[in-house]
Design a protein around this ligand. Structure first.
Ligand SMILES: Cc1ncc(COP(=O)(O)O)c(C=O)c1O
Length: 368
């Protein structure tokens, strides 16, 4: 593909010498699990996000499971979650022993709103999971006013902010994924939990280590879910570049708009005070898959996400909602992620828009 969907390699080029140096230092140091690199990365990410605590875990899915349990969301309790997100968001609720209750999203921001959450609240509801989908922050402050704990799934939103607060500091607790293609991606699996709540942090720390605080006494049935020293050491090299990379993503989004993309497809909307981190730049089109194929012919990679929403996945059949989720269904059918990366140039954005426009002209020809 001449323009790939992601470009994870180019932004790392300049950092390769530092990455190699840190890799060698960890290998030579011989500490691989919960050592000084994880502790330092946790403090550095906490300072960046603006929270008191960060707890490194094995991946973003475990982060949600452990964070829910640390919030006290116990067996059989109900947790509201959007159906339009990656499967892991709901899967982690079930792994925690709780029951996912699927809600709809706003068609413009693609995120949950107070209204879509309120529509499915019951006396059983114990928490709300709000996903900062595609890197656009969800309205967590408003959701917290509903009086329930809010878990912010910031897996896709590292580097975003809302009203001056960073993604990861918007809920009662937040979770990150460092999956390689994410905005802050490591070199394998990795994740983290962020919170200002001392008790939630303390319990999450125990849960990631088999439910123990001292490796001798085991208070809970927990998990073996730690961020590796190697990954933490490398993430420490990447974190200082996150803001520059997100600026690059926002410039690419601006270039798409400046090239007139909105004439041909539906563009993502964001909350008024949001600074999105555009993990993915997802547009809508009534013939999204046909448009994807037309772009592929021009060497441009695009991808539809979450075509089958979570409430219709086989593993979630027992949690299927009684009511329809119309915005979810429409987005699942019509969304298309266009190339996005910190280094996507204005010229590349113009090339993509020209290809989208050419597809539109071709269709008009067919229909006319
Ligand atoms: C919204 C969302 N939540 C959770 C996850 C799970 O993260 P991980 O793959 O690190 O387990 C991901 C990404 O994979 C995601 O995109």
């Amino acid at each position: 593909m001449s323009i790939p969907l992601f470009d994870t390699a180019t932004p790392l080029q300049a950092l390769r010498p530092q990455l190699h140096e840190r890799l060698a230092a960890v290998l030579d140091g011989g500490r691989y699990i919960l050592g000084p690199e994880v502790a330092a990365f946790e403090s550095e990410l906490a300072a960046y996000v603006g929270v008191r605590h960060v707890i490194g875990v094995a991946n973003g899915t475990d982060a949600i499971t452990i964070a829910l349990r640390a919030l006290g969301v116990g067996r059989g309790r109900h947790v509201v979650v959007p159906s339009f997100t990656f499967y892991a968001t709901a899967e982690a609720i079930v792994t925690a022993g709780a029951v996912p209750v699927f809600c709809d999203v706003d068609p413009g921001t693609r995120n949950v709103t107070v209204e879509t959450v309120r529509a499915v609240l019951t006396p059983e509801t114990a928490a709300v999971v709000a996903v900062d989908l595609f890197g656009a922050p969800a309205p967590c402050a408003e959701l917290r006013e509903l009086g329930l704990p809010v878990l912010e799934d910031a897996a896709q939103a590292a580097g975003a902010s809302l009203a001056g607060r960073r993604a990861g500091a918007l809920g009662d607790v937040a979770t990150f994924s460092f999956f390689p293609s994410k905005n802050l991606g490591c070199f394998g699996d990795g994740g983290a939990i962020a919170t200002d709540d001392d008790d939630v942090a303390e319990l999450a720390r125990a849960l990631r280590f088999h439910g123990s605080r001292d490796k001798q006494n085991f208070q809970y049935v927990g998990y073996n879910s730690r961020l590796d020293e190697l990954q933490a050491a490398l993430l420490r090299v990447l974190l200082p570049s996150l803001d520059t990379w997100c600026d690059g993503r926002r410039s690419a989004a601006a270039a798409y708009r400046a090239a007139g993309l909105d004439e041909y497809v539906g563009l993502p909307e964001t909350l008024p005070e949001a600074l999105p981190a555009w993990h993915l730049f997802v547009v809508t089109h009534p013939r999204a898959d046909e448009l994807r194929a037309a772009l592929a012919e021009q060497g441009i990679e695009a991808r539809g996400y979450y075509r089958t929403p979570l409430h219709r996945q086989a593993a979630m059949a027992r949690y299927a909602p009684a009511a329809e989720l119309p915005a979810t269904e429409a987005l699942a059918a019509t969304n298309l992620a266009l190339p996005m990366s910190p280094v996507l140039s204005a010229a590349q954005a113009q090339e993509v828009v020209a290809a989208v426009a050419a597809y539109g002209l071709g269709r008009r020809g067919l229909e006319g």
